[in-house]
Ligand binder design. Structure first.
Ligand SMILES: Nc1ncnc2c1ncn2[C@@H]1O[C@H](COP(=O)(O)OP(=O)(O)O)[C@@H](O)[C@H]1O
Ligand SMILES: [Mg+2]
Length: 385
């Protein structure tokens, strides 16, 4: 009996699950996403899975790229780019939005489209807008292909610092003081918005952090010491997002905790501490990715503090309806309590990034972590869950 005549489920059992690793993308975190995808491609167990690398260029073309992780590293402080890895300058990959087909098709202008076979699971290694924010997840929901990590809602919540805080608050998680300024308010009444911000500073004190609501990697964030720096900081935040947040400075230690979905539910890793940076004003883009990762794993906390932050991290995972993984970031304030700063549904994921390091220290190696995430995605039912 040829495999064509077998029921699909039997045929699927005869071949290895095929993982499409999707990376790059339109966000400012394109380069780091390529670096991470290189590490993920390296770590996927090829005896267990087949792999299809798909790079998204900075202008949004889904390109077929070679399975060559060694070309996906930082060289001379320069980030790799999908355009350099793409097998052609024009060809594009399309994942069918028909949930009855998991077929991936490659087409190039002037040529007959070529079927690349079925994909069983997508591993989106993408940070920021059009990758980590629910948009790609929506496409994958339409296509009916299971995927690693958070679904549409959790991804969108994790990308929007306003809604993230609203969700946390409604679930009883401790959140620091903040103000949100939406585009219409700023456009119609900037004076009123400025007054709201200075009143907030009057109550909570300077400095303030001005942040774009939907960015990442500290991009667009400014710490403002007094009112003279306010307008410039708002302008900078609004270059990245017309909606911005104002927060008071939280004094204390920065503590992070990883959550990973196992067969019996989400579990927290050992926490890590991000020491205050001296060469940078705060934990910004350079400090995160270019400098050697300086996080302390495990964080030097008491057993009670560790248990508390782990409990809060799992609660944050549940509050936002996360799936697969999340990194929850906290401040341990001077009064001894934890305040949640944010969650990242696709946290930094190179082998030296905090999330994999916390799991390494918790007994889950990088290849095991990659495998667990793929497995969690394959085990999950598609559709409403
Ligand atoms: N309210 C705050 N008080 C003190 N430090 C802050 C505050 N908000 C942000 N930071 C610092 O800025 C960094 C980036 O801010 P964060 O909200 O995590 O944005 P991103 O999504 O870009 O990572 C944090 O890791 C922390 O070091
Ligand atoms: Mg952060």
């Amino acid at each position: 009996m040829s495999s064509e005549n077998l029921p699909q489920s039997t045929e699927q059992q005869l071949r290895k699950p095929r993982v499409a690793v999707v990376f790059g993308g339109r966000s400012s975190e394109h380069g780091i996403s390529v670096v991470t995808a290189g590490a993920v491609l390296n770590a996927i167990d090829r005896t267990k899975y087949d792999v299809l690398p798909i790079g998204i260029t900075t202008d949004g073309r889904w390109a077929l790229t070679a399975d060559e992780p060694e070309r996906m590293a930082i060289t001379d402080r320069t980030m790799p780019d999908v355009a350099q890895l793409a097998e052609s300058e024009e060809g594009g990959v399309v994942l069918s939005v028909d949930p009855g087909s998991r077929e991936v098709v490659y087409s190039e202008p002037g040529s007959v489209p070529k079927a690349l076979g079925e994909v069983d699971v997508v591993f989106p290694v993408l940070h920021g807008p059009y990758g980590e924010d629910g948009t790609l997840q929506g496409l994958l929901e339409l296509s009916g292909v299971p995927y690693v990590g958070a679904g549409v809602l959790a991804s969108a919540v994790g990308q929007d610092k306003e809604y993230m805080k609203r969700v946390f608050t409604s679930f009883g998680l401790p959140v620091g003081p903040y103000v949100v300024v939406r585009p219409r308010e700023w456009d119609n009444d900037p004076q009123g918005a400025r007054k709201r911000i200075t009143d907030f500073a009057g109550e909570h004190g300077w400095p303030l952090f001005i942040k774009p609501a939907r960015a990442g990697s500290s991009i667009g964030i400014t710490k403002v010491d007094d009112v003279s720096g306010l307008d410039e900081a708002i302008e900078e935040a609004r270059r990245h997002d017309p909606k911005f947040l104002v927060e008071s400075l939280l004094r204390g230690r920065e503590i992070e905790c990883g959550v990973l979905e196992f067969e019996d539910g989400p579990r927290a890793s050992v926490p890590a501490e991000i020491p205050p940076v001296t060469s940078h004003d705060f934990y910004d883009f350079e400090a995160k990715y270019i400098d050697a990762a300086s996080g302390i794993v495990p964080a030097p906390l008491t057993a009670e503090e560790t248990a508390e932050v782990q409990r809060l991290a799992v609660e944050a995972f549940e509050a936002a309806s996360c799936e697969g993984l999340v990194r929850a970031d906290f401040f341990l304030t001077e009064d001894g309590g934890f305040v949640i700063n944010e969650i990242n549904t696709l946290p930094g994921f190179t082998p030296i990034s905090m999330y994999p390091r916390m799991w390494q220290e918790s007994g889950v190696s990088y290849p095991q972590l990659v495998d667990r995430l793929i497995q969690a995605a394959l085990d999950r039912p598609t559709g409403l869950r």
